[in-house]
Design a protein around this ligand. Structure first.
Ligand code: SF4
Length: 269
């Protein structure tokens, strides 16, 4: 297990399944507007706030909620200082993974939907060879955390569909998160998946429904009268390593925690 100030590994049952090759560290912040300002731009529209996994697992403990709130407040108060803290955590996580003989994978939006690829520059100390020394260490500015850590595989789920139209760094994979709570939103997600080939995560009511859709040739999502998407469903609960999934699929998940009671349209079935 890795314990950083912002990211941690070993807490998520699904990420543990891929841990013989990869170890995933996740950053959990306080979602939506819990810390005062919104860190999930589409949450209201997508209707996912009540079914959010923020209160699942360790999230049911008050001290964990407080830690997430404090982290998010630090992010909102001083983004540059927060990003420096994140760089320090990632430096340590990379070394930890090297020693353990696993590949580092990181999810920055465990319970948030921040657009890390935009307006989040970072500085990392890089080593350069020098004719008179073994190396020199110099601070180097990077446009985003992904470019600063090419040795790390990053991935996230997102409800901000415009993100998948961007030219994302090669080591950052985004999976769209579907919801029928709002027809206009569902339409945009289906269109974005259609246009870009991005995978779409769909939360089904229970495991049996997820499995039946995965066993079928394909499932269809979309709003009546709008754009439809007909794709093979894979079992997204086997592992959380979304960057290993085949392209152009529906990532089928089953509802857990508060999501089991969801009636907003976020959970299907
Ligand atoms: S499900 Fe995702 S976007 Fe929705 S509130 Fe939770 S973290 Fe934010």
């Amino acid at each position: 297990m890795f314990r950083g100030k912002l990211i941690r590994s070993g807490n998520n049952a699904k990420t543990v399944k891929g841990d013989d090759v990869y170890e995933t560290a996740i950053m959990y912040l306080a979602p939506a507007t819990l810390a005062g300002r919104n860190v999930c731009a589409m949450a209201e529209t997508a209707g996912c706030i009540r079914g959010c996994l923020n209160t699942a697992g360790r999230g049911r403990f008050n001290n964990v909620q407080l830690a997430r709130l404090n982290k998010t407040k630090r992010y909102l108060a001083d983004r540059a200082a927060f990003m420096a803290e994140l760089v320090a955590d990632l430096e340590r996580f990379v070394v930890y993974c090297q020693k353990k003989g696993v590949k580092p994978a990181v999810r920055l939006n465990g319970t948030s939907d921040i657009q890390w690829e935009v307006a989040h520059p970072v500085t990392r100390i890089v080593r350069k060879s020098h004719p008179h020394f073994t190396y020199i260490a110099e601070p180097k500015r990077f446009a985003n955390i992904f470019e600063a850590f090419p040795e790390v595989q990053f991935y996230d789920y997102t409800k901000i569909y415009k993100r998948v139209y961007r030219q994302l760094p090669a080591n950052y994979v985004l999976v769209l998160s579907y919801s029928e709570a709002n027809e206009a939103y569902a339409e945009k997600v289906v269109q974005a998946a259609h246009d870009t080939g991005a995978n779409v995560a769909v939360v089904y009511r229970d495991k049996a429904l997820r499995d039946s859709r995965a066993a079928a040739v394909a499932d269809t999502i979309g709003i009546r009268g709008g754009t439809w998407l007909n794709r093979r469903v894979i079992d997204g609960d086997q592992t959380d390593l979304r960057f290993l999934d085949p392209k152009g699929v529906i990532v089928g998940l089953y509802a857990k925690g508060a999501a089991k009671q969801d009636e907003s349209g976020f959970v299907l079935g």
